[in-house]
Design a protein around this ligand. Structure first.
Ligand code: UD1
Length: 450
């Protein structure tokens, strides 16, 4: 047993192993959506840009957040996490390294590259390597920061960057990578002069990150568009920021409700983050719309098949591809799903077929044909979003299912069994035998995804 971490308020727990689901219960009611994983992780990494105490609220208590706490502590920050409030103190000299053990567990650990390079002039980040959804390079990060004056070399599985001075430049990203946009954006806040990122990622978490940086004293404009401009400043000061609600959790819960032909309100969710996704749901015959408190969804009949292709924001989010396929398995007609963002993000398909789905893979496409119903079965989560797809399928299936390797799902969903139960689902979680602190390394035989 490892020594207790300095993090206060973290829970002792076991990684969840299996979720048993008795399918066929219609989900209804209202449920609160937690803070966004992908915003919280970036804000935590960006807090390293300022000496002093950053306070983040509405932070989800999920395994990835605990991994990022480890990364921050590894570099020398002090972190406290009580309920949903996180305080990060990054005063003093930091150690500029994101070790392999943490980067291989969670690729977003590499988001410390930009902040550490800007603040320390040096950073060593383990190469992420492959994961269960594709090879996922870091070349765009390296090229862009290289243009700003950083020099990189590879050293035994690590990318090591040195930048005594970073200078603002016009960076044209070959692809609107979120991670590369974020690392350039954070590094540019302390660079000399003006940086312009063209073909920048436009996701809501980029907007959150820019707003947070501006509250720290940065001068960022254009976030949320393809062109972001950053005027470098001398230093940043800590800020307090509320993490907005998680669009991917909102979309996943919506699909769980719709797959069971239910009706629910997703409290705190922002419909404007999910326009294309919401439009596709409407095309299937579902009701989807903003309410005063969040998003309302309902579905009374068998959905109609729709085609969709994943794309960077504002396109259909790749993180909702697996949950959407699960929903479409019993839709009337044939759906053609094209995965454009990751090269091998279809591990859930073979598991869905075990539940009676008719889904065939043809390269980057999945062809989903109607089956009258899914049947409960034991299945295995291979990655975070694929695992949630299986849960959605199991909720709508006839009879009992077991979704195994739930530690993947715990990476990104806070209290999912409790949330599903509050909507009327019959689910029961079991936990592994090894007692661990949630913020200490978990044993995993496979490396995972976003
Ligand atoms: C982020 C999200 C993840 C989401 C993904 C795509 C976080 C923590 N994770 O991941 O949930 O699925 O966006 O919306 O926010 N690429 C390269 N070279 C690079 C960088 C990226 O080839 O230097 C490729 C990747 O292999 C992938 C694609 O570009 O095929 C998208 O990657 P990117 O947008 O960078 O995703 P992440 O930031 O890793």
């Amino acid at each position: 047993m490892a020594a207790a971490p300095e993090v206060t308020g973290s829970r002792i727990g076991h990684p969840m192993s299996t979720l048993r689901i008795e399918g066929g219960h219609r989900l209804s009611g209202s449920v609160a959506v937690s803070g966004a994983k992908n915003s919280a992780l970036k804000l935590m990494a960006a807090s390293l840009l300022a000496g002093g105490r950053t306070v983040l609220t509405n932070v989800p208590r999920i395994a990835d957040v605990f991994t990022m706490i480890e990364v921050l502590r590894h570099v020398g920050a002090t972190v406290a996490f009580e309920a949903d409030v996180m305080t990060i103190d990054a005063s003093g000299e930091l150690r500029s390294e994101a070790p392999y053990e943490l980067v291989s567990r969670m690729r977003a650990s590499g988001n410390v590259l930009g902040p550490l390079l800007a603040r320390q002039g040096h950073c060593r980040v383990a190469m992420p390597g492959g994961c269960n959804i594709g090879s996922r390079g870091i070349d765009l990060h390296e090229q862009a920061l290289g243009r700003m004056g950083a020099s990189f070399h590879f050293d035994r599985g690590y990318l090591e960057g040195v930048a005594p001075v970073l200078a603002g430049k016009r960076i044209v990203l070959e692809y609107p990578s979120r991670g590369a946009t974020e690392n350039v954006l954070t590094a540019a806040t302390l660079a000399r002069g003006r940086t312009v990122i063209d073909n920048a990622a436009r996701e809501p978490d980029i907007v959150d990150l820019a707003e947070f940086l501006n509250q720290m004293g940065a001068r960022v404009t254009g976030a949320g568009t393809s062109t972001i401009a950053i005027e470098g400043v001398e230093s940043l000061t800590p800020a307090t920021y509320r993490v907005p609600s998680d669009p991917i959790e909102a979309g996943s819960l919506a699909l769980a409700v719709l797959a069971t032909r239910g009706e629910a309100e997703l409290i705190g969710a922002r419909a404007q983050d999910l326009d294309v996704f919401g439009g596709k749901l409407a095309d299937t015959g579902a009701r989807w719309g903003a309410t005063e408190r969040g998003i309302g969804v309902s579905m009374r009949r068998r959905p109609v098949a729709v085609d969709f292709a994943t794309l960077p924001y504002p396109g259909f989010p790749t993180d909702l591809q697996a949950p959407m396929i699960a929903y479409l398995c019993t839709a009337e007609g044939t759906s053609i799903v094209t995965e454009n963002v990751f090269e091998s993000r279809f591990a859930h398909v073979a598991e869905l077929v075990r539940m009676g789905a008719d889904v065939r893979l043809e390269g980057q496409q999945a062809v989903v044909r109607r089956v009258p119903r899914l049947e409960g079965a034991p299945v295995r989560a291979h990655d975070l979003r694929g695992g949630v797809g299986l849960i959605i399928a199991a909720l709508s299936a006839d009879g009992p299912s077991e979704v195994r390797e739930m530690h993947h799902v715990e990476r990104g969903y806070e209290d999912l069994p409790a949330k599903l139960r509050s909507l009327g689902a019959e689910v029961e979680a079991t936990w592994g035998d090894d007692e661990v602190w949630m913020d200490l390394p978990q044993v995993s035989t496979t490396r995972d995804t976003p």
